[in-house]
Write a protein that binds this ligand. Structure first.
Ligand code: FMN
Length: 166
């Protein structure tokens, strides 16, 4: 089990090209369930999610980011929010959202699907809320695009470990 988690951590790549095959509703629920099992300060669970599979809504969201082509290609989107009215500590709630999103990316990898954390769209988060008909109290953290990878040739790099050790 430990090796499987490490494999997922190391093998996961950001996937931006997808086949047209839909993602099943139960798969989306499994991904979000992995997200909600992330740690959060005081187990506050500040995250909220909007699942988007409808083509017109995806098209509208695509207009809000320079990564619109990724959104259009993905059959499913998970918009991750913090509920401002449920916040107890902004820094810790934002940290928890990051842990939640990473859990979801690892679940996507474990399910044989592909996904990418889209943050550039945050520059238009007010418009995203309008499109998704969500009030201002919900603060967009990211949109995770999910689908079946068109290929698995993505490569990424990291600086050597020594660069980060102080
Ligand atoms: C906070 C954050 C915001 C990101 N925003 C975008 C984005 O808007 N568009 C995109 O294509 N990838 C985005 N990414 C994915 C990164 O580009 C990617 O994780 C990085 O290049 C490393 O590649 P890897 O995920 O394949 O290891 C984002 C990742 C994070 C953590």
């Amino acid at each position: 089990m430990q090796a499987a988690i490490l494999d997922a951590i190391h093998n996961r790549r950001s996937i931006r090209e997808f086949t047209g095959e839909p993602v099943r509703g139960e798969q989306l629920h499994e991904i979000v369930t992995a997200g909600i099992w992330a740690p959060s300060g005081l187990n506050h669970q500040p995250w909220r999610f909007k699942l988007v599979v409808e083509a017109p809504t995806r098209a509208a969201l695509a207009g809000q980011t320079t990564y619109g082509h990724v959104i259009l290609a993905a059959p499913a989107l998970i918009a991750v929010y913090l509920d401002g009215e449920a916040s107890y500590d902004p820094v810790k709630d934002h940290q928890a959202a990051g842990a939640c999103i990473q859990n979801m990316l690892l679940a996507i990898e474990a399910l044989g699907l592909g996904g990418v954390w889209l943050g550039q769209i945050l520059k238009n988060k007010a418009q995203v809320n309008q499109i998704l008909e969500l009030p201002d109290r919900f603060e967009l953290m990211a949109v995770v695009a999910v689908g079946h990878p068109r290929h698995r040739e993505q490569r990424s790099t990291r600086k050597p470990l020594a660069h980060f050790l102080l």
